[in-house]
Design a protein around this ligand. Structure first.
Ligand SMILES: *Cc1c(COP(=O)(O)O)cnc(C)c1O
Length: 386
């Protein structure tokens, strides 16, 4: 071993680059096809339909945009409510608030960090219009149970599948199970176009309106198919698409998605084996894989015994050049969550997990030696602190 202090720092994340991005960007530029809807957009959407089994994939500038469109399609309006886990990213809640609706924050299952379906069922009321399922780290929510609750009450089931490209439950792609699903291609996700996302429109009854909402509230897609004489403003909408330059970059990434996912899963599995004993000894909790769920290696985390221990753990690893992070601030306790939303039922698990969870470095070009360095440092810190 080299002398102490000379090891290269290990970042928390390093976005993957396939090497084909520049070639595809050059082709998009040469074709002078730069706005959304060009060849690369079509190819990405086709590939995403194949990857997910969804009948309609609309490429977007972000998963946030896709969630906003989903709330429009679910026809949320003033006085309506959307039930969602408090342990999640803010934009699913903003998407409801922008429609004039109220996000209702409920508890998670402390084993999977996914929304607890019984808490969802208990929160359903007269005003409920939608349920949002967040599949944390590409590990599936109980979609069968959530689907039954939604069907019984005629609610829209929206998947925040931001983490979930190539993750599955019982052979079905996450994001393609509910009525609508949003996947993210942000720099922090498994494959990326810097900023980017896709809306999966799984309910065919929503397809026509989805395209209008996408295309700035116009019937341009019908016009392009020769179904109408001219295109005009027909509904509310926005500019939810991505440019063909973004799509060109993304296609290069989607073509490598299987390879990226396999590498990430291998690292995830290595971490999981390495920390088995810590979990058995009650020193740390590892992610639980729900039955039928096949994840995509998006997040590896440990839940430590207390927030204080987590702070020291992060400090210890930082001192060895290893970056670790945590999230989410529970939405029910965030300033905007308190202003625009409301909590329903107990949220103790959410608060506990948000305070004790720590995410380890995980990206496709993290080398085996670096993985072992993270494992050694994490194990030593946990053994000493617990
Ligand atoms: C990243 C993320 C989003 C937002 O995705 P963008 O593409 O950056 O808009 C939404 N929800 C979850 C759970 C996320 O992790």
């Amino acid at each position: 071993m080299a002398g102490a202090g000379v090891s290269e720092p290990i970042p928390f994340n390093r976005p993957f680059v396939s090497g084909r991005e520049v070639d595809y960007l050059e082709r998009a530029i040469a074709a002078r096809d730069l706005a959304g809807g060009g060849e690369f957009t079509r190819r990405c959407q086709e590939r995403l339909r194949e990857m997910t089994g969804s009948p309609l994939a609309l490429l977007s500038h972000s998963a946030t945009g896709a969630l906003e469109a989903a709330m429009m399609l679910a026809e949320l309006g003033p006085g309506d409510e959307a039930i969602m886990p408090s342990f999640g990213y803010p934009t699913m809640a903003t998407a409801a608030v922008r429609q004039g609706a109220t996000p209702v924050f409920v508890e998670i299952d402390p084993g999977t960090l996914n929304v607890d379906p019984e808490r969802v069922a208990a929160a359903v009321g007269e005003r409920t219009k939608a349920i949002v399922a967040v599949h944390y780290g590409g590990l599936a929510c109980e979609m069968g149970r959530l689907g039954a609750i939604a069907a019984e009450r005629g609610l829209a089931l929206v998947e925040d599948a931001a983490h979930c490209l190539l993750a599955e439950q019982d052979g079905r792609a996450l994001g393609a199970i509910g009525d609508l699903g949003a996947i993210s291609f942000h720099e922090t996700k498994n494959v990326t176009s810097g900023e980017g996302g896709v809306l999966l429109v799984n309910d065919p009854a929503l397809a026509e309106r989805a395209q209008v909402i996408w295309d700035k509230g116009t019937n341009r897609s019908q016009f392009l198919r020769g179904e109408v004489e001219r295109y005009t403003w027909v509904d509310v909408g926005s500019s939810f698409g991505a440019s063909d330059l973004t799509a060109a970059f993304l296609l290069a990434q989607l073509e490598a998605a299987a390879e990226v996912t396999a590498r990430r899963r291998a690292i995830w599995d290595r971490y999981h084996r390495a920390f088995e004993e810590l979990e058995r000894e009650g020193r740390a909790q590892r992610p639980a894989t729900p039955p039928g769920s096949v994840h995509n290696g998006h997040v590896y985390y440990l839940v430590l015994p207390s927030e204080e221990i987590r702070s020291v753990f992060i400090e210890r690893l930082r001192a060895q050049g290893i970056a670790t992070v945590f999230h989410f601030v529970p939405l029910h306790s965030s300033p905007a969550g308190q202003r625009f939303g409301r909590a329903e039922g107990p949220l103790g698990h959410t608060e506990e997990m948000a305070g004790r969870l720590v995410r380890l470095p995980l990206f496709a070009d993290l080398g085996d030696a670096e993985v072992e360095r993270v494992i050694d440092a994490a194990r030593a810190a946990v053994l000493e602190l617990t």
